[in-house]
Design a protein around this ligand. Sequence first.
Ligand code: SF4
Length: 298
Amino acid sequence: MVRVERRNSFEHKNKLKDFYHKFFKTGMEKLNDRIVDSYDMDNLPLPLEVEIETVNRCNGDCPFCPVNVHEPQRPYAKMTDELFYKIIDDLSELNYSGQLAIYSNNEPFLDERIIKFHEYAREKVPNAFIHMYTNGSVMGLEKFKQIIPYLDEMVLDIYDDRQIITPVIQPVYDYVESHEELHEKVLFSLRLKHEILNSRGGQSPNKKDEAHRSKAKCVLPFQELIIRPTGHISLCAADALGKYDLGDMNTMTIMQAWHSEKHEEIRKAMKKTGRKGLMLCDKCDLVGGTLKGVNGIE
Ligand code: SF4
């Protein structure tokens, strides 16, 4: 059976979460504290998730996203082929087996190299779990057929308040329906465009209010490595505008960037005093991340 998920509004959940944030820590927040406290800074494992953003543009207009097509955009940047292959070769040398995404805060199909990049990554980093989220609007059936062999999972986020398979996605849906071997691999996620999600460090256009902040320590600086098209390293996926600059993949290896002085400083601060005083973090309500064996909460 084709996997179709109907995402309901998180608004009521957010209200409940805000109430808890004001007075208590939720179970997930307590779990985040415990996980952060348990990390041994001298033996930090490789990131659970590496995201490589190859072009910093999205064609979506979702009101919860700080880098949607209507918001002030980042200076245009597109990763060079040379830098992309260097990053993948680095991961290959590490025999990386975590999650790998060749996108971050962008629509991956706006980069015309996206299929050949996935082909290369699949060959060089065979043990990674390569996944992709796309709005599917510029993909089309032919590109879907070309890219799907290189992916472990594709999630089609269809942003439409009617929560339907839209005409542009229908040919892909029909194709998946008639290919049983793709049923597990592809998820059609029917999303409400006007949803209110995480504040993304207080940057979400429809949720900037600082009342939404969480008191928990955040696991993401211990688990995610986010590489922007310039090669610079951001704090986390919520740092969509790249306000943090924690390393540079043009001059560093993955290991050097992961253990850069700035990265270690953030982790030490997060372990010691939590989000307080950290730019973006002290306004952020995101709790969850990629917890081992526990699904993240949006
Ligand atoms: S608290 Fe928010 S901004 Fe800070 S690292 Fe976590 S997700 Fe990113």
